[in-house]
Write a protein that binds this ligand. Structure first.
Ligand code: FES
Length: 175
C-alpha cells in the first residue's frame, strides 16, 4: 500500500507528551515520540536497528531513549549515543530515522516525507483546537456502564445516538 508522504499528519495531542514516550503507527511506520528537556519533540523510527525491538518498549534516559533489549541509546536526532560495552563500531552504525515534527494548535504535526520539503507554513490553520476562549474540548470520554436509556434521552440524545453508544458498550442496560 502506498501512502501520501509529503504532507503533515496530526499524530498526537501535545498533552500526551508531558512525560514518557508514545508510539504511533503512521503510514504503516511505527514511530516513537518524546519531549526533550528543552521542550522540543523527538520523533524516531520505533525500531531498534540491532534486533528490531520497538524502542517504545524501552525507557527514557534524559533526552534519549534506551532500547530495552541490549541497551543501545539514541538521542532525539536518531544518533546512537551509547552502545553496550562501548562498542564504537556498533555505535557508529546504529542510527535510526528521525522525523520532522511541529507542535502547533495543541497538537503534534509530523512530516513523513522528504525532510527538505517539510514546510511548517503549509500546516493548515486549526486554531480552534487551541482557542480556549471560544472552544472547549474534552480529553477522553467516560460514562457509567449501567447507564439507563431514560438517562440518555434526558441528556438530549436521540435513538440513533443510543445505537452508537450501545455499539460501544454492549453491557448497557435499558431502564
Ligand atoms: S535490540 Fe536494541 S540494543 Fe539490541
Amino acid at each position: 500500500m502506498s501512502f501520501l508522504k509529503n504532507t503533515w499528519y496530526v499524530v498526537a495531542h501535545a498533552y500526551e507528551l508531558a512525560e514518557g514516550m508514545i508510539s504511533r503507527k503512521i503510514c504503516n511506520q511505527d514511530i516513537v515520540m518524546f519531549r526533550t528537556s528543552k521542550g522540543s519533540i523527538a520523533a524516531l523510527e520505533d525500531r531498534c536497528p540491532h534486533r528490531f525491538v520497538p524502542l517504545s518498549m524501552g525507557r527514557r534516559v534524559g533526552d534519549t531513549v534506551q532500547c530495552g533489549y541490549h541497551g543501545l541509546r539514541f538521542d532525539g536526532a536518531g544518533t546512537c549515543v551509547e552502545a553496550p560495552n562501548d562498542d564504537e563500531t556498533q555505535k557508529a552504525r546504529a542510527c535510526i530515522k528521525s522525523y520532522t515534527v511541529v507542535e502547533r494548535y495543541a497538537v503534534i504535526w509530523l512530516w513523513m516525507g522528504e525532510a527538505s520539503r517539510a514546510n511548517p507554513d503549509e500546516i493548515p490553520v486549526f486554531g480552534f483546537l487551541s482557542d480556549k476562549e471560544k472552544f472547549g474540548s474534552c480529553q477522553g470520554y467516560s460514562y457509567p456502564r449501567r447507564l439507563r436509556l431514560f438517562q440518555i434521552y434526558k441528556q438530549g440524545s436521540t435513538r440513533r445516538r443510543y445505537g452508537l453508544v450501545h455499539a460501544l458498550a454492549p453491557s448497557l442496560s435499558f431502564g
